[in-house]
Design a protein around this ligand. Structure first.
Ligand code: SAH
Length: 346
């Protein structure tokens, strides 16, 4: 079975011509897909045509099968893909709009020690159309339309490493920003990577000025390797060069994520080295309080010390804030909800 959401307007036009339908149907179907409608719900098409489509295409490639609402208003969803695989999606309300946190892969092969998404390894990539369907369905469930979107911002910070699924992610970002569809500008998208340097260079030349966010988590290569296997392939120095190139090409300031692990990367040495590396860079540091994942035994730095770490970074000339805790009561951390779902054998 194929996924209709993987077809852009031009390929939809070809498909529709092959099926003997009028050309205007292509735009109509595209809008329906961006509105999160399943093929069987496209009642503006003839029943015959819908049935023909359903012979080849998945009716609804992103079905919300579970919704959890946090006391802070954050919503978390389990989304079933056509083959029974499951990804997570999070919807957070902000004063500037609403942000959806999107998964780009089922599982992840990066193996970062603190992260729940990588525990079972990579299962598979999401296609561009599947990612689009995930945004469309979350926009829809929150009452959004194409004219008045509920999802105004997207962060690629769910499970998966976006730059390890490069081509699909880039196609998805182009579809997402289509003026006739969901029309989410790349400027309202943040792409978070553990630091795949060659792909960071490639992304800088796509003409897609997304906010580049890099998971740093340790300024020392040898210590970073212990937390993030990818650090064996690329050094912090190489990452910083790729970030500077991104800034030169796109004019966009870049962001570092720094999840504080007690006694591991919240030390005075780490603080000073971070400041030495970053104080003259066009960047911002997002200090994150670790979401403890029982499988790995790592402990979070307490709130007081997290704020102290951030304040010290600022004193040393680095723009830094502590990331808000969203949905901590509903397993808001990467991959946690899917893991507990898998563990329960649901
Ligand atoms: N693969 C991408 C997206 C990951 S999720 C990346 O590595 O950037 C977004 C952020 O959450 C990353 O910075 C990731 O390192 C961090 N993260 C993952 N698990 C976490 C946890 N348990 N607690 C705090 N941050 C976590």
């Amino acid at each position: 079975m194929k996924i209709l959401q993987d077809y852009g307007l031009e390929s939809l036009k070809n498909l529709i011509a092959q099926m003997g339908e009028k050309p205007f149907r292509a735009g109509q179907i595209m809008r329906s897909l961006h509105q999160g409608r399943a093929i069987s719900e496209m009642t503006d098409l003839s029943k015959d045509f819908r049935e023909k489509l359903l012979e080849n295409f998945v009716d609804n490639p992103a079905k919300i099968i579970k919704k959890l609402v946090s006391v802070d208003g954050t919503e978390k969803y389990l989304i079933a893909l056509y083959d029974g695989n499951i990804v997570e999606g999070v919807f957070m309300k902000n004063n500037y709009g609403n942000t959806q946190c999107l998964s780009t892969q089922v599982g992840c092969r990066m193996g970062c020690k603190f992260c729940a998404s990588g525990i079972g390894g990579l299962v598979r990539n999401l296609s561009a159309g599947e990612m689009l369907a995930c945004v469309a369905v979350v926009n829809k469930i929150n009452g959004g339309t194409l004219d008045k979107r509920a999802v105004t911002n997207v962060v690629l910070m769910g499970s998966g490493e976006p730059l390890d699924n490069y081509d699909n992610v880039v196609s998805f970002l182009r579809m997402l920003s289509d003026k006739n569809g969901l029309n989410v500008s790349p400027r309202n998208v943040s792409l978070s990577t553990c630091g795949l340097v060659p792909e960071m260079y490639k992304l800088a030349s796509e003409g897609l000025p997304v906010n580049l966010t890099v998971s740093l988590h340790n300024p020392f290569d040898e210590e970073r390797k212990k937390l993030m296997p990818i650090a064996r392939a690329y050094t912090v120095g190489e990452i910083l060069k790729a970030c500077d190139n991104y800034f030169e090409k796109t004019g966009r300031r870049y962001i570092f994520e720094y999840s504080l692990v007690k006694g591991v990367n919240d030390t005075e040495d780490c603080l000073k080295e971070l400041a030495r590396l970053l104080s003259h860079k066009p960047c911002h540091v997002n200090v994150i309080r670790l979401n403890e994942v029982k499988e790995n035994g790592l402990k979070a730095t307490d709130d007081k010390n997290a704020y102290k770490f951030q304040a010290n970074l600022v004193k040393l000339g680095v723009s830094a804030t502590v990331r808000r805790l969203n949905g901590a009561d509903i397993e808001g951390a990467c991959g946690q909800l899917r893991r507990s779902h898998l563990n329960k054998g649901e």
